[in-house]
Ligand binder design. Structure first.
Ligand SMILES: Nc1ncnc2c1ncn2[C@@H]1O[C@H](COP(=O)(O)OP(=O)(O)OP(=O)(O)O)[C@@H](O)[C@H]1O
Ligand SMILES: [Mg+2]
Length: 500
């Protein structure tokens, strides 16, 4: 009888202990101790998967990253990171630095550590029992590949924007810029030509391979500030469904660092280097260093299927040899607004196709006044509740622009200051425009100087798009007549026989 009572008491105590262990979560600590003790009786082997192999990205690292972040065991970790997912109400778990996460495969238990050293070099370290290694290592890595590929395929709709950070590394954020070709005020023919150029690039893998050429294409977008160059890059990425690499040259120490960065880029991407002409004066990274990369032997070591885009305000400061075919395949000019581009903007920003003030606006444009699409767009957005008011603001801004131009011509004054830096900031639109700290007179003078420079460069450089070499290996040029709309017009294609 005493023995039965004793057993009953022991059972009740065990039951209570179990309740306490589970309720308080102490059970996890017990499991951990048990695992530590068991670990003492096994010999382990470690495998490191570094993020980079010297220069290039180690693709296995990315796959392991994707795989581990999908494991349910992350939820049981003592500590992990929470981020918003693709949808605004979605929460995803992400491994923290030096976090250890366990996994099971074919009855064997393995551990992964998300390591990062003091220099920021990242790696995953796999800990596996020697007794299990021969049996599971190969199939386990294969399993990681398969699962990661499936997950990546599911996530492909999420494009990324990469920006370079210190130590010649890229960091990414989701890319969801809303701009498409439909939003850009640009001559329709030119827009269609760019689209079909991109489409034929997309289909050209075999063609490029057969020619022994790297599957890449490079574009130069040039024109004054606020004419839509950056928006056009976003539209290109959205059209192609590519990731974007935005190279911040201020974080690049020299040409060789830039090469390292470009070598780390993945395929199916648009690589953008903005304001190339401003760099002409920089010593850290040379324009020739940048452009040389695009057709150097090194470029064949980088990922295939790449679009490189350079933007600049004008081509004057760049040696034309630097912009030769192969380095830059397509040149697209982005001019200031004219009346047709203005009408496109009025339609999309104000929903107005015709208006009694349009003839007045047209007259002002015909007198030579102009503003950038960004300035006109800003005035329209700020006054979108009243199209008439918006148009009056635009007329006001255009008239002031025209008046300044006339007074400049009358005075015959000259200015020796460097023009490209004058063009860099947004010009000041009447009524709604922003502006720097300069006095109105200086601002207007700058605007005028920029305007004159652009108008004259418009004439001298063939406006709009010029294709240095088409896919049939024929040297071709897309010539342009008077540009009737925002970003120029393509008129005819002139072909000369013979390769480069
Ligand atoms: N052609 C255009 N059509 C429609 N919107 C435009 C156009 N050009 C500029 N915009 C608008 O003006 C703003 C600035 O344009 P964006 O940044 O693309 O100009 P940018 O040429 O890159 O200027 P910057 O040389 O100063 O970088 C954007 O919000 C864009 O929507
Ligand atoms: Mg820009």
């Amino acid at each position: 009888m005493g023995r039965i009572l004793w057993l009953l008491g022991a059972g009740i105590v065990l039951f209570l202990v179990r309740i306490v262990l589970f309720k308080t979560g102490l059970i996890h600590m017990v499991k951990k101790w048990r695992r530590t003790i068991v670990d003492l009786f096994h010999v382990y082997q470690h495998y490191k998967v570094p993020e980079f192999n010297e220069v290039q990205e180690n693709h296995l690292y990315r796959k392991v990253y994707t795989y581990l972040n999908s494991l349910s065991s992350i939820e049981d970790s003592d500590f992990t990171n929470l981020f918003t997912g693709k949808k605004s109400n979605e929460i995803v778990l992400r491994l923290d630095r030096n976090q250890v996460v366990g996994d099971e495969f074919l009855g064997a238990r393995v551990c992964w550590t998300n390591g990062e050293d003091e220099n920021g070099a990242k790696s995953f370290v796999l800990k596996i029992r020697i007794a299990d290694k021969r049996r599971i290592l190969g199939p386990y890595l294969q399993h990681i590949h398969t699962v990661a590929d499936e997950l990546e395929q599911r996530n492909t709709e999420l494009k990324k924007l990469f920006i370079n950070v210190k130590n010649k590394r890229w960091r990414s954020i989701p890319f969801n810029h809303p701009c498409t070709f439909d939003n850009i005020a640009m001559e329709m023919d030119l827009k269609n030509k760019v689209k079909s150029d991109l489409e034929s690039f997309l289909k050209g893998k075999q063609y490029y391979n057969r020619l022994g050429r790297v599957w890449k294409r490079s574009y130069l977008l040039y024109g004054p500030s606020g004419t839509g160059k950056s928006s056009f890059v976003a539209a290109m990425a959205n059209f192609l469904d590519y990731d974007v690499y935005d190279v911040d040259l201020s974080k690049v120490a020299d040409d060789s660092d830039l090469k390292m960065l470009l070598l780390q880029t993945r395929g199916k991407s648009v690589i953008v280097i903005e304001d190339l002409d401003r760099l002409a004066k920089s010593t850290a990274v040379s324009v020739s260093g940048i452009l040389n990369f695009t057709d150097s032997i090194l470029t064949s070591c980088a990922a295939d299927e790449r679009i490189m885009v350079f933007t600049m305000t004008g081509k004057e400061n760049i040696d034309p040899a630097m912009l030769r075919p192969g380095r830059v395949d397509v040149h697209i000019h982005f001019p200031l607004c004219d009346f047709t581009a203005f009408k496109t903007l009025a339609n999309s920003y104000l929903g107005v196709k015709e208006h009694k003030l349009f003839p007045q606006v047209e007259g002002i444009f015909q007198n030579g006044a102009s503003l950038s699409p960004a300035e006109i767009g800003e005035l329209m957005i700020a006054n979108r509740s009243s199209p008439t008011r918006a148009l009056k603001y635009v007329i006001n801004a255009l008239q002031r622009d025209g008046n300044v131009r006339r007074s400049f011509l009358e005075n015959g004054s000259r200015r020796s200051e460097d023009a490209s830096s004058e063009m860099s900031g947004p010009l000041c639109g009447g009524g709604g425009g922003g502006g720097g700290g300069s006095s109105p007179g200086v601002k207007e003078f700058r605007k005028l100087y920029g305007l004159l420079r652009i108008k004259s460069s418009r004439k001298s450089e063939s406006d709009s798009i010029s294709c240095a070499k088409d896919e049939a290996g024929v040297r071709g040029e897309l010539r342009v007549r008077d540009s009737p709309i925002g970003a120029g017009t393509v008129v005819q294609q002139v072909r000369e026989s013979g390769a480069r």
